[in-house]
Write a protein of this length. Structure first.
Length: 278
């Protein structure tokens, strides 16, 4: 019987995800929910935009009314208080302001920001006013900001071509008010991947092997959600980054190879799933 094949797992923590929806399931809210759930925690959501997309690209983006973004964050948190928050794509300055106001009301201390600003092809996804608002206000509000190299270049206004440049950019973000920074080094031309975690007290370089694949859709979303989950369960922020990087790398290695473009990773890579249900 099915009940004899299942293990009674207790949920470890509660995560509120503020981000856009990805209809293909590889990134955005869908990737976040899969990540949080796979790592043993409870996922709640506030959807900021609805996209129609697949592995080859984005067809359309529909905005969610500002009042509904506010309601999702505040009404959900009023009933089930999040242990941590993960923030993804905020597509306009108005959305950013709504999120900032709601964060001030619900008062959650552990907040991870994935500043989604640049598409895989290099095109900016948000305007300069929104970028400045992230730089001047939102980045100061969160516990950790996790830009990739193109995003770190925009936020720091520093061109990044080396590990030293990554550290310089990270220090610029700290100087501008960020508490902790994790710059993802996947765009750097090197034989290995170097992700750099830093704050005003320390610098830690995480080294990983570079996996040759085009199927990396949603890795940034997945990483930030994994960090939020581990951090909410009592791990230190640095340890949470380390474990989350390992989780993402393993999920890339065992990816399902779906789609004709940039396919998704395998979010349930750490689960032992019994497929022989009766």
């Amino acid at each position: 019987m099915l009940k004899n094949q299942l293990i009674n797992l207790k949920l470890k923590s509660k995560i509120l995800i503020i981000a856009g929806s990805d209809s293909s399931g590889g990134a955005g809210i869908q990737a976040d929910i899969k990540t949080v759930t796979s790592l043993g925690s409870y996922a709640m959501t506030a959807i900021t935009a609805i996209t129609s997309q697949n592995t080859t690209g984005v067809l359309s983006i529909s905005k969610v009314p500002l009042s509904e973004i506010k309601n999702q964050i505040e009404f959900t948190s009023k009933d089930i208080k999040p242990d941590a928050i993960k923030i993804g794509m905020l597509h306009s300055s108005k959305v950013i302001n709504v999120v900032l106001n709601s964060l001030n009301k619900i008062k959650v201390k552990k907040i991870i920001l994935d500043p989604v600003m640049v598409a895989k092809g290099g095109k900016k996804l948000i305007d300069n006013k929104s970028i400045e608002l992230i730089r001047s206000r939102l980045m100061k509000k969160v516990t950790l900001v996790t830009p990739n190299i193109p995003e770190a270049e925009i936020l720091s206004k520093i061109k990044i071509k080396s590990i030293d440049d990554m550290i310089t950019a990270g220090n610029k973000l700290l100087k501008n008010g960020a508490k902790n920074v994790l710059i993802k080094g996947g765009h750097l031309k090197s034989k290995r991947v170097f992700d750099i975690y830093l704050n005003k007290k320390e610098i830690k370089i995480f080294k990983s092997k570079k996996i040759r694949t085009k199927n990396t859709h949603g890795t940034g979303c997945t990483l930030s959600s994994a960090i939020a989950t581990y951090f909410s369960c009592g791990k230190t922020l640095k340890k949470s980054c380390s474990i989350a990087i390992n989780y993402v790398n393993h999920s890339i290695e065992v990816g399902p190879k779906y789609g004709k473009g940039h396919g998704p990773i395998n979010h349930i890579s750490l689960l032992n799933v019994n497929k022989k249900f009766r």
